[in-house]
Design a binder for this molecule. Structure first.
Ligand SMILES: *[C@@H]1O[C@H](CO)[C@@H](O)[C@H](O)[C@H]1NC(C)=O
Ligand SMILES: *[C@@H]1O[C@H](CO)[C@@H](O)[C@H](O)[C@H]1NC(C)=O
Ligand SMILES: *[C@@H]1O[C@H](CO)[C@@H](O)[C@H](O)[C@H]1NC(C)=O
Ligand SMILES: *[C@@H]1O[C@H](CO)[C@@H](O)[C@H](O)[C@H]1NC(C)=O
Ligand SMILES: *[C@@H]1O[C@H](CO)[C@@H](O)[C@H](O)[C@H]1NC(C)=O
Ligand SMILES: *[C@@H]1O[C@H](CO)[C@@H](O)[C@H](O)[C@H]1NC(C)=O
Length: 194
């Protein structure tokens, strides 16, 4: 009688342990398959950078044919679009502004964090001065007299996508924008980011 009871309780204990093992194995399997799913089907993508808006605050144009030049201050909004299911933490990076391939200005994209599946907006101020590099450009004089300056902006921002607090994947964001500055109206036209 007694030994029957004992064997019944030990059987129950064995069954409980088995049950627990199944649960643990199930949790591990589920976590692993979620990870595989995330890593293969929801591939971690590079965030996208662009100018949300650009405003010309200050504009000085000298149309002297001997030494044409332009100077301006831009107030811009840089957006970091992160489509991943984890946040994007990025480092300080330098962005450049060019006119016909000549370097005419820089600004810094300061380190920050774009939350999962969201767009981070940042304000930047850029000083653009053609004297830096573009004063010998052969097109400068005609561009100034036509009243249209085409500027491009490039940046590479490196950072990491953090997933489930354990996975960190290095990703970088590239920004490549083109815009026209109408020197008569001080308006930005044809703002386009790849
Ligand atoms: C334009 O530049 C020339 C040559 O540097 C200078 O003599 C002239 O004063 C400038 N004009 C203006 C309006 O700044
Ligand atoms: C940005 O440029 C400054 C000055 O040119 C330099 O000291 C700094 O290291 C650069 N930062 C990065 C992230 O390249
Ligand atoms: C960025 O600029 C816009 C308008 O220029 C302003 O409304 C906003 O408060 C600024 N944001 C920050 C974080 O400075
Ligand atoms: C543009 O840069 C040149 C040389 O770097 C400087 O002499 C000039 O004062 C700058 N222009 C403005 C409006 O700051
Ligand atoms: C720019 O300059 C090149 C030659 O230096 C010329 O062929 C071209 O037509 C110019 N473009 C504009 C828009 O003035
Ligand atoms: C930026 O985009 C233009 C096309 O829109 C392309 O020709 C150029 O090579 C790109 N620049 C960089 C640095 O990727």
């Amino acid at each position: 009688m007694k030994s029957e009871q004992e064997s019944a309780s030990s059987l129950r204990r064995k069954r409980n342990i088995k049950c627990l093992l199944y649960i643990v194995a199930g949790v591990i399997l589920q976590t692993a398959s979620t990870l595989v799913f995330v890593l293969t089907f929801m591939r971690i993508r590079n965030p996208k950078g662009r100018f949300g808006s650009v405003a010309v605050e200050n504009l000085i144009v000298n149309s002297s044919t001997s030494s044409p030049s332009f100077f301006m201050k831009l107030n811009a909004q840089v957006t970091v679009k992160n489509t991943n299911f984890g946040q994007f933490k990025f480092e300080n990076s330098n962005a450049t502004i060019s006119y016909r391939g000549s370097h005419v200005g820089d600004f810094v994209i300061t380190k920050a964090c774009a939350s999962a599946r969201s767009t981070k907006k940042m304000n930047v101020t850029v000083t653009v001065n053609s004297s830096a590099d573009a004063s010998n450009d052969l097109n400068l004089s005609s561009d100034i007299s036509l009243g249209k300056l085409t500027l491009t902006s490039h940046a590479t921002v490196s950072g990491k996508i953090h997933l489930f607090m354990v996975i960190k994947k290095k990703k970088s964001m590239k920004m490549n924008c083109t815009m026209d500055v109408d020197t008569m109206t001080k308006a930005i036209e044809n703002l386009y980011c790849k």
